[in-house]
Design a protein around this ligand. Structure first.
Ligand code: PGA
Length: 254
């Protein structure tokens, strides 16, 4: 179980099929030697998960998750993937509430909450993504929006389940835009999230919950973001598709 050692997560979104996945790992693993004190988590498209697991076999520092799931464990839900199926296929983590799920696919907060519970029930560790839009930030509502997103999912969860989560703060305006939060803004929001977690589960348990930053993390800004107070790792989209760039981001954590 990852504690707050650096967590370097790559969200491939709808990129890299099985053949490209194989080529990616050949290049990436050659550049990123195994480390005992850090975890790399990839979120490939579901159809590339088997190829990814094969390509990274033997590397205990490299782990995998799914980008999305449906909350029912099984049934007549054409096109969906459930948490137990993802677990059986080798996933250990699940992204929930990613801004593209919320804003492109209209996923609601109650749906995100159901997915989080379904992941936990299937023994998948959820990475709950939260973050405000540009308008919300300009209106001075960033903290309130993130508080509400956390409450919508965490209010219904037992403390032990909250302690099993990872959180990713991903300001919507920074995702895929080349804009990043400053290290100060990231630290400020991470502190806000940590305070919310302390109120829910107490100091000791809250201190163990990793809070990742995501949004246009690149090799040239990774070190300062990873160095910001309360930032325990990064969730990387675009730059995680390039083995050189992602290996450089991982190296920036040490
Ligand atoms: P980006 O995506 O790094 O391309 O901004 C981050 C994410 O969506 O997790």
């Amino acid at each position: 179980m990852p504690l707050r050692t650096p967590i370097l997560a790559g969200n491939w979104k709808m990129h890299l099929g099985p053949s490209d996945t194989e080529a990616f790992f050949e290049a990436f693993l050659a550049r990123h030697p195994e480390r005992a004190d850090g975890t790399v988590i990839f979120f490939p498209p579901s159809l590339s998960l088997a190829a990814a697991l094969r390509a990274a076999a033997g590397r205990s520092d490299v782990r995998f998750g799914v980008q999305n799931l449906y909350h029912e464990p099984a049934g007549a839900f054409t096109g969906e993937v459930s948490a137990p199926i993802a677990r059986d296929a080798g996933a250990e983590f699940a992204l929930v509430g990613h801004s593209e799920r919320r804003h492109v696919f209209g996923e609601t907060v109650p749906e995100t909450a159901r997915k989080t519970r379904a992941a936990l029930e299937a023994d998948l560790l959820p990475i709950l993504c939260v973050g405000e839009t540009l308008v919300e930030r300009r209106d001075g509502r960033a903290h309130a929006v993130v508080t509400d997103q956390l409450a919508g999912v965490l209010d219904g969860l037992p403390q032990a389940d909250i302690g099993a989560l990872l959180i990713a703060y991903e300001p919507v305006w920074a995702i895929g835009t080349g804009e990043t939060a400053s290290p100060q803004d990231a630290a400020d929001m991470h502190h806000h999230i940590r305070t919310d977690l302390v109120r829910r589960v107490g100091d000791e348990a809250a201190a163990k919950i990793p809070i990742l930053y995501g949004g246009s993390v690149k090799p040239d800004n990774a070190a300062e973001l990873l160095g910001a107070d309360q930032v325990d790792g990064v969730l990387v989209g675009g730059a995680s598709l390039k083995p050189h760039d992602f290996a450089a981001i991982c190296a920036a954590a040490y």
